[in-house]
Design a protein around this ligand. Structure first.
Ligand code: GLU
Length: 136
């Protein structure tokens, strides 16, 4: 079962989010990732594997910003790979999404969005969400 956390406040967001993801590890997961917002830019770091490994490999503790979201994934759609780990973004890189559960009509939405010019980077159902905030 996945874990999700979001933080917006005065503390360095990545510390709060990592602490929370650690406390959700017991739920089981296969991948982990974080998106941090700093000076109007989204920074996304993610990978398959245990939280500690992913954090070390991608220097996640160094991510700046006071707004962040984090996710531990339990794959339902798509293999356990870095591109399939959350957060997911859209073609503009201006939005990041973490998600728990299943989007039943994701294939249909993906076909429609692809027809409208969207390029997908993962096999997940989740990625239709960020691509949907702007439909073309
Ligand atoms: N269906 C999504 C995926 O496969 C979310 C899985 C989850 O709840 O962690 O990436």
């Amino acid at each position: 079962m996945c874990g999700i956390i979001g933080y917006c406040g005065r503390r360095p967001a990545v510390n709060v989010v990592l602490e929370a993801l650690k406390s959700l590890e017991y739920r089981g997961y296969d991948s982990a990732g974080i998106a941090s917002l700093c000076d109007g830019r989204l920074l996304i770091r993610k990978d398959a594997g245990k939280l500690d490994e992913v954090v070390r490999k991608h220097n996640i503790s160094d991510l700046p910003g006071n707004v962040a979201i984090g996710h531990t994934r339990w794959a339902t759609h798509g293999a356990v790979t870095r591109p399939n780990a959350h957060p997911h973004s859209d073609c503009t890189g201006r939005v990041a999404v973490v998600h728990n559960g299943i989007i039943e009509n994701s294939q249909e939405l993906r076909r429609e969005l692809t027809k409208n010019g969207h390029r997908f980077e993962s096999e997940t159902d989740t990625e239709v969400i960020p691509h949907s905030w702007r439909t073309s």
